[in-house]
Design a binder for this molecule. Sequence first.
Ligand code: NAD
Ligand code: GLY
Length: 358
Amino acid sequence: MKKVKVNLGRDSYEVRIGAGALARTGNWLKEIGLTGRLVVITNPVVDGLYGEALREGLAGEGFEVTVVLVPDGEEHKSLETAGRLYYELTDLYAERHTPVLALGGGVIGDLAGFVAATYSRGVPLVHVPTTLLAQVDSSIGGKVAVDHGRLKNKVGVFYQPRLVITDIGTLSTLDAGQFANGLAEAVKSAVIWDGDFFSLMEDNLEGIKSLEDGILEEVVFRSARIKAGVVEKDEKDLGLRSILNFGHTVGHALETVSAFAVCHGEAVAMGMMAAARISNRMGILDKGELDRLGSLLERAGLPTGLPALPAGELIGAMKHDKKVFAGQVRFVLPRSIGEVFITDEVSLSLVEDVLGGR
Ligand code: NAD
Ligand code: GLY
């Protein structure tokens, strides 16, 4: 079992990572002073897989557990679902000290986190992430939000959990696409912050993909540590935290222009490659490093070339994205594997060339 501490003064908390963590939930909640009744928010898929193990881990320590189900899917990460959950919590007589546990992937984490942050001006939140993406990224750092129509993550707040319980055993039931989604974010973490971690993934990718406990735990741990380190320096996303968007400038545009036919992990992988090519063309990132990134992503089963989408439309989508400041598209570019920088000074003609495969 490994631990990452997220140091945010009075809002500090731990991420506890390991196989079998679910069974220890009750014990750990008591350790941080949570007792009595609690509400688990999850979806039917995750509940069917891991609800019982979690309930057993809680009941053994005397918790009274109510499970509230939300249908599976991003479309339910909405104000409407949040509204229904406020009624459910009220009907359960949930009080300001009644903890909410978010059991699931990033959708459940964002939604249940948003509800926990806003119900009665905030109740204790515990994340129990069950996708690789949620374990390496979304459960850490306190961004919680719902979508509003086409406005993704537009309605949200910063609200830190009291604890993150990361059971890597839950990753065994993810399909290959969902696993690759998370792997793309782990590669992102390594490129922005830790060249040794990148080498570790290069050396052990087959073990990671075949879910060998030791190396998988290390990947989740290192990614969580990087995210925690960035969030500690810039909790409210005023500067440094935007490096976590490496690969997402082009990535989000690919998702939008393809009407989400390109899934998130694939979009981030292609976006990271586009950013790396831009940096290489600007004379900053070495060709050898660009090739290393491409090779690791390909071995991870992620795409590195760009789909045939009009470069003009992609640039249009980037300009509508939140990563635009005073009309300039803001990029996070790699200087080397393990170090990135933020810039508003990438010429749009270079971006167009790279997106057009020139
Ligand atoms: P998701 O939550 O939709 O989960 C993907 C699918 O896997 C779902 O069908 C889910 O039911 C299923 N699932 C979950 N755990 C499983 C398991 N162990 N075994 C089998 N199936 C399982 O998707 P995601 O990729 O985890 O998260 C995406 C969301 O995360 C997006 O809404 C995105 O905006 C958000 N996000 C938030 C942050 C943040 O900092 N808050 C960061 C990145 C992404
Ligand atoms: N996933 C981006 C962030 O947490 O800031």
